[in-house]
Design a protein around this ligand. Sequence first.
Ligand SMILES: [Zn+2]
Length: 352
Amino acid sequence: MYPGINEQMSRRAMMGMAGAAVIGSSAIAKMRLEDKTMQPAAKPEADAAAAPVKPTGRVQAYGSYAMDLGGISVRVIADGDFGFGPSWPLFNAAGTKAEVDAHLARQGIPPQPFRGQVHTLLIERGADRVMIDTGCGTSFGPDTGRLTRHLAAIGLEQKDINLLIVSHCHPDHINGYAEEGKPTGFSNAKLVLAKTEADFWSGPADLSGSKVDPEMAKLMRASAGMFVNGTKAKTQLMADRDSVIDGVKLVAAPGHTPGHMMVEIAGSKQKMLFITDLIHHAAVGFSKPAWHVAFDADPVMAAKTRQSVLAQVVAEKTLIAGSHLPFPGFGHVVEGAGNDEVFRFMPMAWQF
Ligand SMILES: [Zn+2]
């Protein structure tokens, strides 16, 4: 049903290509990737000699964007983009393709090829470096798995992360933990995962409520099961509103998966909510929050969760970012104009 993702996840040839792309990128990662002064025609040798930007605070770099919330900083790190497959029944399976295409057309988006982005979030407070999710690794093709090079641009590697929050166990959030069975380097990180999520994927993982085809369901169960079982010894199982570190807590957003979690980060100046997979595409999720997403394990509950969380962030004027918003994806949500636009996302302007 989703040739784009199915093809990318199942073809070893593609994974091989992706591996080559990542190896090739290590040279790029060594280059100076942040250029705040717009130096004209810098020579590659000079770029290579420059140190990566210093992490923490509001220092922008290639592939990531940071905000200081007051004593705690958050940095959206792009992992890349991938083909989502046909826009219907990816969205609004209960409705028609014509409805989805008309809705996308109103926003200037052609129905094909339909692409999505995926990001992780780095939270830094004192000595703590907490990351939310691992990205896709190379399992989604050569345009993903860029986390490693984007970490390198701020002088970090996966081994510098001491706590990894896993929002849920879908492949675009966990497959960056290991590449073809070998860990990518989160060796010093303890893991946090919702108990409901671990229980779901440890068992038969009923995906019959979703619209994924049997092949995709098999791939999802395999990667999630392997991840949950393989990381058990390092994982602390948590629940809604549990505190991860000072100022960082889990917020349950069930439906997409049973244990799907968002993360609230509170600094002395500002609070934000990382909505993870509450929204899968900004052109659809905000304006049509009732439209089901094919990957939702319980689409009805997921839509209910999406509507109530969005209503709450509007009422409380909460700053948000998310796993699948247009990079970097910080912004606010406001009421929309009507039935074809229930809510509207207002992206924040880039701050240098
Ligand atoms: Zn996702």
